[in-house]
Design a protein around this ligand. Structure first.
Ligand SMILES: Nc1ncnc2c1ncn2[C@@H]1O[C@H](COP(=O)(O)OP(=O)(O)OP(=O)(O)O)[C@@H](O)[C@H]1O
Length: 315
């Protein structure tokens, strides 16, 4: 008997987090209303959503900080609320606001965290996060970006199997954000599984393998990044010459919208064919289509459609 084909080996990847029909309440208010998703070993799963969609509530449930009102949650095969102690040494958590003692130095904080988390440092995490030169500075004297990097250093202390990152780059300048992404990519390359929440869609687009977009307590969109983007129409945009209107355009597979600015937008599942038809037409007619752009959907398009409940045209 031979090995299974590569595709089925991928689909057999171990499930690290399994969430089924998760429901969470604050009093009578149901903040999470039946959410399902799974996270596989070694991938980065991005939990995205509008304000108040239920991301933090879901993350806190995965981290074992709150019990679900309904449904089931398994993290590394365990119930995160009831078996939190067993999960503690295997998971790293970077909260939005860590609230560490301001008078401790970065080095003291790492030592303290090693004891309280049960995850002993196997390398100098301060060096990994480029904080080596700031090791003897008190937390209150670190810059906002340095503090965020210290939060990440503590979360990755002892190389946990599973890492929760709650908006890890909020407030960071572009260079610090890139540095954080590089650290996360390094952790993924070492086999760490990561669950990320972020409001920066380019962050998710750059790092995520799989994602879910929550909206008003429900999953609006989920799947691999590649599949989610491929399910959205691509776009062609250009300025139509003044003397023309859209009735002059050749027949296209996509939907055509003519903006008051004169800009034409074609939303299409047939990007290459529609672009070829348009360019051939412009060539024949001797027209210049100003500022022409053709691009596949971005996560921002997906997010916008999820928020507005706009129907997705399959590519
Ligand atoms: N302690 C609480 N008591 C009552 N309602 C709450 C509480 N915490 C959150 N909520 C409500 O539950 C819903 C989900 O909140 P949650 O913080 O999980 O959303 P979120 O997706 O993380 O939002 P954001 O992106 O704004 O941080 C929101 O309507 C919020 O107002």
């Amino acid at each position: 008997m031979g090995l299974p084909p590569a595709t089925s080996m991928v689909s057999m990847a171990e499930t690290v987090i399994d969430v089924a029909d998760l429901r969470c309440r604050y009093g009578d208010f149901e903040a999470v209303r039946g959410v399902d998703f799974e996270v596989r070993r070694g991938e980065l799963f991005a939990l995205l959503g509008t304000n108040g969609a239920g991301k933090t509530t879901t993350m806190e449930t995965l981290e074992g900080l709150r019990a679900p009102f309904g449904g089931t949650v398994r993290v590394l095969g365990l119930d995160p609320f009831r078996e939190r102690a067993a999960l503690r040494s295997r998971t790293g958590i970077m909260l939005q606001d860590s609230g560490f003692p301001a008078d401790l130095t970065a080095r003291e904080m790492v030592a303290l965290w090693g004891v309280t988390s049960g995850r002993r440092a196997t390398e100098d995490v301060l060096a990994r996060l480029d904080l080596q030169h700031r090791r003897d500075v008190r937390i209150k004297q670190l810059s906002g970006g340095e503090r965020r990097r210290l939060d990440l250093a503590l979360a990755v202390l002892g190389r946990p199997e599973l890492l929760f990152l709650d908006e890890p780059t909020t407030g960071l300048d572009p260079e610090s954000r890139q540095r954080t992404w590089d650290v996360v990519r390094g952790l993924l390359a070492e086999g760490t599984t990561v669950v990320l929440t972020t409001h920066y869609l380019e962050e998710a687009e750059s790092l995520a393998h799989r994602l879910a977009i929550l909206h008003e307590g429900l999953v609006a969109v989920s799947g691999t990044l590649v599949d989610v983007l491929a399910a959205q129409p691509a776009r062609i945009e250009f300025d139509l010459p003044d003397r023309l209107d859209v009735t002059a355009l050749p027949m296209l597979a996509g939907d055509v919208v003519h903006r008051p600015t004169g800009r034409v937008e074609v939303r299409t599942g047939e990007l290459q064919d529609d672009l070829a038809v348009l360019l051939a037409w412009a060539g024949r007619e001797g027209l210049r289509l100003g500022r022409i752009r053709a691009h596949h959907a971005s996560l921002e398009d997906v997010f916008h459609n999820a928020r507005t409940g706009r129907e997705v045209v399959a590519a």
